[in-house]
Design a protein around this ligand. Structure first.
Ligand SMILES: Nc1ncnc2c1ncn2[C@@H]1O[C@H](COP(=O)(O)OP(=O)(O)O)[C@@H](O)[C@H]1O
Ligand SMILES: [Mg+2]
Length: 233
């Protein structure tokens, strides 16, 4: 586990009704840097993100954020405590314009300087401010979702498959922004693109059927002979 843990996930179990998905998950997220969560489809990555943000209640275990027990805190409070979340699906309001999506991200107190910073990071959005988000390309939509989450000024950003459905030409742009971001705050990235994930992340956890099967520094995990077995469909 990395030193100086900001989010401490201890013995977490969670699932849907009677079907348990996560089993005794222990993960440490440091104050800064990228942490990758890897694993094949259905391994429980999205379930873990939802449990961290409080969209899904854990049935066992504890979550500590900066030493405070947030296990029973509501999503809203967790977000206010510094957790930003870019969900895998439905990450933008399709009918709202780019501008209004960003307004939602800043909880309507739109600080023009903060929005300008987002537009500097993702200039493509600047050309689309009055366009409904539903008409954006996959990549622009992800940029908008990331930008919106950043407007909440998170200390920890959870990104669930930020390049899914994104044209390869734009993936590099998003990756570079995430690498920059991970120098300033904690970034948790769930990714199918192994190389991309391990460029953003310093540390990686691999989930297999809801359990942490492998963990270590990004370079070690990449060269672990077991890795491909855990990622194979
Ligand atoms: N809303 C849900 N209700 C019931 N089962 C679900 C739900 N969402 C996910 N699951 C199941 O939980 C398991 C883990 O899913 P998920 O966390 O989405 O995996 P991943 O993100 O790693 O692909 C899968 O078996 C999936 O079918
Ligand atoms: Mg998922």
């Amino acid at each position: 586990m990395p030193e100086q843990t900001f989010l401490d996930i201890r013995h977490i179990e969670a699932g849907y009704g009677r079907s348990q998905v996560l089993f005794d998950v222990n993960i440490g997220i440091p104050w800064r840097g990228g942490v990758a969560v890897l694993g094949r489809n259905g391994a429980g990555k999205t379930t873990l993100m939802k449990t961290i943000v409080g969209e899904l209640a854990s049935s066992k275990g504890e979550l500590f954020l900066d030493g405070r027990d947030i296990t029973r805190r509501r999503t809203e409070e967790r977000v206010r405590s510094g957790i930003g979340y870019v969900p895998q699906e439905h990450s933008v309001f399709a009918r709202l314009s780019v501008r209004d999506n960003l307004a939602v991200g800043s909880l309507f107190n739109v600080d023009p300087a903060a929005v300008d910073r987002i537009l500097t990071i993702f200039p493509k959005l600047g050309q689309r401010l009055d366009q409904p988000a539903g008409t954006l390309s996959g990549g622009e939509r992800k940029m908008l979702a990331i930008g919106r989450a950043m407007l909440g000024d998170p200390k920890l950003l959870l990104l669930d498959e930020p390049t899914e459905g994104v044209w390869v030409g734009v993936i590099e742009e998003i990756t570079e922004r995430l690498i920059e971001l991970a120098k300033q705050i904690a970034v948790v990235i769930v990714e199918q693109h192994l190389d991309l994930a391990l460029r953003v992340a310093d540390y990686a956890y691999v989930l297999d059927r809801g359990r942490v099967a492998l963990q270590g520094a990004a370079g070690e995990v990449r060269s672990d002979p077991e890795l491909l077995r855990y990622l194979a469909p």
